[in-house]
Each structure stands twice: as C-alpha cells, then as structure tokens.
Design a binder for this molecule. Structure first.
Ligand code: ATP
Length: 337
C-alpha cells in the first residue's frame, strides 16, 4: 500500500518545537523506506502518526489514497504491523500466545490461528518445536525480536512500521536480523517504514531513505543518490560522505584497473585506455541505476564502497577529457578494465 504525507506537521502540547515540520512525502507500495536522522529529529513522531498513535497538528496522511482519519482506528491498525525496540511481548504469554493476540481479537478459529502461528515461526526462522511453548524470558533478545516481527505480521498487514527494532541487539545478531528482514521483504513485498539512527543499517536496508533534521525532511532518495548527491552539508556529515571520499582516495583507481605487481609509479592512461573507460561509463551508470537491488546482497560496508567507488570513477571520467590523460592519477599501465 502507498503512504502519502501532505503538509504533515506535529507540535506537542505545551511545546513550541515542531517535532515534524510540514512533511510532504510519497511512499510507493512495497517500498522499504528507512527514516534516518539524529536523536530528536522527529523520526518516531513521523512513524507514529501513520498508525495514529499520534495525531498531526496539521496536514493529512493517506494510505492508498484514503485519508487515515476516515478509517476506524482499529481498522487502520489491523492493516499496519508495528514493531518497537523493546519488542513489547507479553511476559506471561507463551510465544504462540503472543503471536496469536491479534488473530484472536479478530475472532479467527483455533485451527486457523494454529496454522498462522506455524507459518510465522517458519517465516522468522524459529523452530516451532523449540519455541512455540516457551515464554519471552526464555528467549535471547534477537529471538524475541523475531517473535516481535512475527506478531506484527500476524494479521497479514500491508504496512510494517518498525521503530529501531534492532537498536538493543548485539552487532552480529543485528546483521542476521537485517538479512532476515530483507528476505521477508523480498518474499512478501510489504511497505516498510523503518526508523534508525544507524547509517550503515539504513544503507543496507533501504530502497529509499528519508533523512530528517529538526522535524524537516532534508532528503528523500535512494542510498546511491544520497552518496552521490547529498542534499546539504548536514546530510554529507550524517552519512559520512567525506569519510567515504577519503577511503575512495586511498582506493583510487587501483581497484578498478588491474595492475602489475611492482610496476609502481604514477598511472598513465593513454588515449586508448581513456576511450575504453568512457565506453564503460554508461555501462556503470546503468549498473547503478538498475542494479541497486543487487547491491543489497553485499554487506553495508561493501555496498557503500562499491557504490562510492563507481560514483567516484564516473565523476573522474566526467572530469577527464577523452583526448588527454589524467596526469595526477597513479601510473601503472596500459591496462584496460
Ligand atoms: P530518537 O532517535 O531519540 O528516538 P526521534 O528522532 O525519534 O528521536 P521524536 O521522538 O520523534 O524524535 O521527537 C521529536 C521531538 O519531539 C523532540 O524534540 C522530542 O523532545 C519531542 N517530543 C517527542 N515526544 C514528545 C512528547 N510526548 N511531548 C513533548 N515533546 C515530545
């Protein structure tokens, strides 16, 4: 389902600050959207207005073109799964009972609930025999978060809102949960809005990233676009474009052009090499445009470096005349890609 924000503003009672300040956004059906920004910039407020845990002070939010205020809150929340950092599992209920909360509220019969619980435990890769009768306290943080995801998906919502769901999870488990979530997204095509202040997490997961600063959306674009064209210095700093740039400078053309050990010296690119590189430019441009999906299989660092390396490569080519060699580039060869 698509989600559209039009002029959405939120001020909390008694506060002069606009927690969310005139946000206009269009999220497509099935997109994985990450909301990224520093603490207090309005990420959670923006998210919670979608399932009406908070009401905007001004503006409208529409799901598939329908203003959410025209729906009953229960109807709306049934279409929207919600996962938070503290997973919110009921401690006195077994895993099975936790997952079944919403289906029970919806009056599903026992057999249907049982089948759904099994399906969901499979989906989040938890062994039913081991986990269904356990209680939350008998699970690790990562396992509890998987149950949190399963529970949010119980009534098959079209939209999943996730507020720093992996924030309290150790780094290694976090990576595997991110991978699981990408797999689930690929499988089920839910529209996901995912809050984080972790840049690497955002770049790994997102189709597009909403970058917020002081309640405003300062950029809404794909990870590749953000790295290539950060909207302003704040975005540049937040996503570490300069750090990436330094790494790229270290990598230079070295990783793009095969080199012979010990050839040393500055790279000299003759006109032939330059024209081959120019021919490659369009191929690389298409790669970035159309294969952004395939970058997802890389881990976030590899993906950033790959994207940035290609961007840098293209920028370099753009600034290089086909007729002359780049004297500043390190010399090695007449090698071609
Ligand atoms: P964090 O990453 O720390 O969770 P965030 O980006 O999610 O932050 P929000 O929680 O949306 O930010 O808060 C945005 C602004 O609104 C902040 O200035 C915050 O202090 C304020 N705020 C949030 N909740 C309330 C509230 N219930 N009452 C008053 N002000 C609030």
């Amino acid at each position: 389902m698509s989600i559209t924000f039009t002029g959405v503003t939120k001020s909390y009672p008694g506060s002069e600050i606009k927690a969310v300040d005139h946000v206009d956004l269009s999220i497509e059906d099935g997109e994985f959207i990450v909301i990224l920004g520093p603490s207090g910039c309005g990420k959670t407020t923006l998210l919670k207005m979608v399932n009406r845990l908070f009401e905007p002070t001004a503006g409208t939010i529409a799901i598939d073109g329908t203003d959410i205020t025209s729906l009953k809150v229960e109807t709306l929340r049934r279409r929207i799964g919600y996962v938070i950092q503290q997973n919110g599992l009921f401690p006195h209920m077994s895993i099975e009972e936790n997952i079944a909360v919403v289906p029970k509220l919806l009056g599903w019969d026992k057999e249907r609930i049982r089948a759904r619980v099994e399906e969901l435990l499979d989906l989040v890769h938890l062994d039913q025999q081991v986990f269904r009768k356990r209680y939350p306290r008998q699970l690790s943080g990562g396992q509890q978060q998987r149950v949190g995801i399963a529970r949010a998906m119980a009534a098959d919502p079209a939209i999943l809102l996730m507020d720093e769901p992996f924030g309290a999870i150790d780094a290694i488990t976090r990576i595997s949960l991110q991978d699981e979530l990408l797999r689930i997204h690929k499988q089920l095509h839910k529209t996901i809005m995912f809050v984080t202040h972790d840049v690497e997490e955002a770049f790994k997961l997102a189709d597009r990233i909403i970058i917020m600063q002081s309640g405003k959306v300062v950029q809404f674009a794909s990870p590749g676009q953000i790295m290539a064209q950060p909207a302003n210095d704040f975005v540049k700093q937040l996503v570490g474009v300069d750090d990436m740039q330094r790494r790229i400078n270290v990598l230079k053309m070295r990783d793009l052009l095969p080199v012979q050990e010990g050839s040393g010296g500055p790279l000299h690119m003759g006109p032939d090499t330059v024209s081959v590189l120019h021919a490659a430019k369009d191929v690389l441009a298409r790669f970035i445009e159309t294969k952004a999906e395939s970058l997802k299989v890389l881990d976030s660092k590899q993906r950033l470096i790959t994207t940035m390396t290609l961007m840098e490569f293209m920028r370099k080519l753009g600034s290089m005349g086909a007729a002359h060699a780049d004297d500043e580039a390190p010399k090695r060869t007449n090698h071609v890609i």
